[in-house]
Design a protein around this ligand. Structure first.
Ligand code: PLP
Length: 390
């Protein structure tokens, strides 16, 4: 901790905890203390820590080849792309490393799509309170001034609209709109789902104006909502043109992706986009293993998520300072009328890892393997802490 204080950029406000290992839902600190991990590295360790099948393929593949670059083929990108196309209902995949990088690629796709139609068709619509990453492009579509203000001016041509306001959305779309980016469940912004009607209207307007609808599923996708993707939760499914994701895809080995339909994919021609690390053999092989395991876990995610939601609602009923419980599957948030930071620190002392976003929203992203017993344990800790809140 001392070395980090002296030598690292001071951009992170870390919790005073040094983690050294994990097994299943538990993480252990340097002194051997055990923590129930209900934040999973912000939604990354979807199978918990050190899942035996993931450890096995990492070991095997690390001994064969970790990286090969995108100059050459390797055995895992093609099968993984096929899986993602089948899961999503879209057509073509680009592999990246992070959510931010996936968002960047999707924005380039929308810009190139627009420009091929008209040089003035470059505008992107995004939502207030959204979060899409910290690079200049991703920040440009992130609808929260606190992340943007130190870096302005950012990429021009972005229009922000309030979520779930259909009239504002209709007013924002014009012939100049190249694309719209949405989180179906805003994560960093405090676990706010979009309504089905709103998503349907976004689809209709994007079609009417020949713009691309981009779903940023970095936090709300790849199993967490109890379906492969959040847009598959409601029927009829509102299919985006482009889906981006990252976080859980390779269980902690950095891997992100963009999946596009043929119309969107056609915007990217040879030489227009690329990456050195994206889609390496190690990451892709782990992702194939993860998706294989995920198939059998989706019903469990729905059940465990439903149970957790009920337990949180029960807590909310007992404690007046809980304003609302929101979310789907194993992406749940509890909005309080009091600040959540101290509760996060107190929970840590009680052996529970969670996090607080937007000052007052406790955020829970437990592993997809979480059991009812483990949920009960977490809820018990919350109950104990809530009883002391003034
Ligand atoms: N998009 C969303 C919806 C996110 O929640 C995040 C990160 O939390 C990002 C993009 C950025 O992803 P990364 O940190 O992997 O670059």
């Amino acid at each position: 901790m001392d070395l980090e204080r002296e030598y690292l950029l001071q951009n992170y406000a870390r919790y005073p905890l040094v983690l050294t290992r994990g097994k299943g839902i538990y993480a252990y600190d340097v002194e051997g203390r055990r923590y129930l991990d209900f934040i999973t590295g912000i939604g990354v360790n979807a199978l918990g820590h050190a899942h035996p099948r993931i450890v096995k393929v990492i070991r095997e593949q690390a001994g064969k080849m970790i990286h090969s670059s995108n100059l050459y083929y390797h055995p895992y990108q093609g099968p993984l792309a096929k899986r993602l196309v089948e899961m999503s209902g879209l057509a073509r995949v680009f592999f990246s490393n992070t959510g931010t990088e996936s968002v960047e690629g999707a924005l380039k796709m929308a810009k190139a799509h627009g420009r091929a139609i008209d040089a003035e068709k470059y505008e992107i619509i995004s939502l207030e309170n959204s979060f899409h990453g910290r690079s200049l492009g991703a920040l440009s579509v992130t609808g929260q001034p606190k992340y943007r203000q130190d870096f302005e001016p950012l990429v021009p041509g972005v229009r922000f609209v309030p979520p779930n306001d259909i009239a504002a959305l209709e007013a924002a779309f014009t012939a100049r709109t190249a694309g719209m980016i949405v989180e179906l469940i805003q994560g960093e912004g405090g676990i706010y789902p979009l309504t089905h009607e709103y998503a349907a209207k976004a689809r209709e307007l994007a079609d009417r104006h020949n713009a691309l609808l981009i779903a940023d599923e970095t936090q709300c996708g790849v199993g967490r909502p109890g379906t492969y993707f959040a847009y598959q939760r409601s029927t009829p499914v509102i299919l985006p043109d482009v889906v981006v994701a990252a976080k859980p895809v390779a269980c902690g080995i950095p891997l992100g992706f963009i999946i596009a339909n043929d119309r969107a994919a056609a915007a990217i021609k040879p030489g227009m986009h690329g990456t050195t690390f994206g889609g390496g053999p190690l990451a892709c092989r782990v992702a194939l293993e993860f998706l294989d395991i995920l198939d059998g876990l989706l019903p469990h995610i729905q059940e465990a998520g439903g149970y957790f939601h009920l337990q949180l609602n029960e807590l909310a009923r007992k404690h007046g300072f809980v304003k609302e419980v929101r979310g789907f599957g194993l992406m749940l948030g509890m909005e309080l009328t009091v600040p959540g930071k101290q509760l996060v620190l107190d929970a840590m002392k009680e052996g529970l890892l969670m996090n607080c976003t937007h000052d007052t929203v406790l955020r829970f992203l437990p592993p997809y393997t979480v059991t009812e017993k483990e949920i009960d344990q977490a809820v018990k800790v919350l109950g104990k802490l809530f009883a002391k809140v003034k």
